[in-house]
Ligand binder design. Structure first.
Ligand SMILES: [Fe+2]
Length: 553
């Protein structure tokens, strides 16, 4: 049986994506943004669906079920209209009414599919959080686990807790919007001058520069397994009265790092979030006496809070779907029919789910642009030497990663041994705020030397503290508070990337490289060799290793 899962909810959505599974095995997944080159593209993922079909060399008629990670559009628009009429959302009501009307007539999934000539045998619509949950469940190793789905909003829901027994899910708690942890964090993001539902990670990066000066417990707290968000104060907030101070939302995001109150607000907001989340999760882990948890939903990308949870609750297992935002629902949707018929099995999640390009395609691209390149026998050895020479390299290998993190297949790599390297990468390649941290990739076997608490973190989704004696060796990837956001690289999961780091280790004595996504500010990560070449030549990147080829400027 072949299934395709789709994330698409129209205008208010983000990260449209598609994934394909065959007999319960996830084979391919890609976000529309990687193909359309529009960051977080919310349009109907026709290119992603076509990429799934191309991967298998099949036509849509051969797909048994097309499964959407959302209910039908009319349910979403009906609920949005209701929330606006009730004053719980502050959007344009006539526009919402029009959207609802359109969803009943022309703007629905059937008309979209018809317009693209897609007539699958069967279409299924899922509860949104259930689609998130199935993107997690098969990747938990314990028989009994708890799965926490936390995002801004599904249709009505903002948080759902599932009890997983074997491969069965039972919903044990649901909390509805606007009591939403996603709303709390998004509004705090906005109060710091950043874009909400987009720049949340900047608050995480800013927080360590501030102090816990503000008591935000009136805006968010947890009681008896329910989080309480003061949405009346927070929705579209422009100003907050805190500890006798008036904090006003700044006009732009450049002020935050210079303003002590905003730095303290970021710190306090993160701190309160970690506290409330931890109490929330602990209520259920205590009640069910379970130490294995899974997580998805956009809030799952808060790697600082995830690291805090891992340490505070001494979790035995903590799997966070790396594609935690709505792109991941394409995976859950593709796997759902197999969960339903009882054929879904446990497996190890591999994030390298996208497209791979042959040497022929790569060389044709390099020739097309008349580039100076050489074919190299062992690119890992050559690249490691260049890293040791402090060169910043583009590293384009194997299959594209699914989810927001570059995990060594579409990455910009550099030497973490000096703090100047962080500034250099920021200034000449990423063109982003100098205070934001970069992440390390390290050999799994050496992780215990570098990290204080966690032993493994293959998807770069937890923070930990660096061992004090190791931190001075890798200053470019240790944040101001001594934390880092590691990727532990497993030899079997990504042999070429593991070899690169190992070769660098042999030369430098450091089993760690600095890794950031292979993109320019505001763009999606590169996907096709052409994207890599364009990014290489429009940035200060010094070398490009693409497949077996080395490209110089
Ligand atoms: Fe979601």
């Amino acid at each position: 049986m072949i299934t395709i899962g789709v994330n698409y909810i129209g205008g208010p959505g983000h990260d449209s994506a598609a994934a394909i599974a065959v007999d319960g095995k996830l084979e391919f997944a890609i976000a529309e943004e990687r193909l359309s080159r529009k960051k977080q593209d919310a349009s109907f993922p026709i290119q992603a669906i076509q990429a799934c079909l191309d991967y298998k060399g099949i036509k849509i008629e051969e797909v048994d079920e097309l499964v959407f990670g959302w209910p039908e559009l009319k349910e979403h628009y009906a609920n949005s209209l209701k929330l606006n009429i009730m004053g719980r959302l502050h959007e344009n009501i006539p526009m919402q009414a029009l959207n609802y009307f359109r969803s009943l007539t022309t703007r629905n999934i059937k008309t979209f599919l018809d317009s693209y000539g897609i007539n699958p045998k069967k279409i299924t619509h899922l509860d949104h959080h259930l689609a998130h949950a199935w993107s997690v469940a098969p990747y938990l190793t314990a028989e009994d686990s708890l799965i926490f789905i936390i995002d801004g909003r599904g249709i009505k829901e903002s948080t759902t807790v599932y009890l997983k027994k074997g491969m069965k899910l039972e919903m044990i708690k649901r909390i509805n919007f606007p009591n939403s942890l996603g709303v709390y964090y998004a509004e705090m993001t906005s109060m710091c001058g950043f874009r909400k539902y987009s720049d949340e990670w900047k608050v995480m990066g800013l927080a360590p520069f501030g102090k816990n000066s503000f008591d935000l417990s009136h805006l968010l707290h947890t009681e008896n397994g329910i989080h309480h968000v003061d949405h009346k104060t927070l929705l579209n907030v422009e100003q907050l009265e805190l500890n006798g101070k008036t904090i006003t939302r700044p006009e732009n995001d450049e002020i935050a790092i210079q303003d002590e109150d905003l730095r303290d607000l970021a710190h306090s907001a993160q701190n309160q979030y970690e506290k409330a989340l931890c109490e929330f999760v602990k209520f259920y882990t205590d009640k069910y006496k379970i130490k294995s948890i899974g997580m998805a939903g956009g809030v799952g990308l808060n790697c600082k809070a995830n690291g805090f949870l891992m340490r505070e609750l001494s979790l035995e297992e903590f799997f966070i779907q790396p594609a935690a935002t709505d792109d991941g629902t394409a995976i859950g949707a593709a796997l759902y029919p197999f969960a339903e018929n009882g054929s879904l099995k446990k497996s190890v999640f591999r994030p390298y789910l996208g497209r791979e390009y042959s040497d022929e395609v790569i060389e044709a691209t390099l020739k097309k642009y008349r580039l100076s390149y050489t074919k190299i026998k062992n690119v890992e050895v050559d690249a490691a030497q260049e890293l040791a020479n402090n060169k910043i390299i583009g590293w384009f290998q194997g299959r594209d990663e699914f989810g927001p993190r570059a995990l060594g297949n579409r990455s910009i790599i550099s030497n973490p041994g000096t703090s100047e390297m962080k500034d250099k990468v920021n200034e000449v390649v990423k063109y982003r705020e100098g205070w934001r941290p970069f992440a390390p990739s390290m050999l799994q076997e050496e992780a215990e030397k570098v990290l204080k608490n966690i032993k493994s973190s293959p998807y770069m989704i937890l923070t930990d503290y660096a061992n004090e004696e190791y931190a001075p060796k890798i200053p470019a990837v240790v944040h101001v508070d001594g934390t880092l956001r590691p990727q532990t690289v497993d030899k079997e999961m990504n042999p070429r990337y593991w070899n690169l780091i190992n070769e660098f280790y042999k030369i430098s004595g450091i089993p760690v490289v600095m890794n950031t996504s292979f993109n320019l500010k505001g763009e999606p990560n590169v996907c096709h060799p052409t994207d890599a070449v364009r990014t290489f030549f429009t940035s200060g990147l010094e070398l490009l290793y693409i497949g077996d080829y080395k490209v110089k400027k």
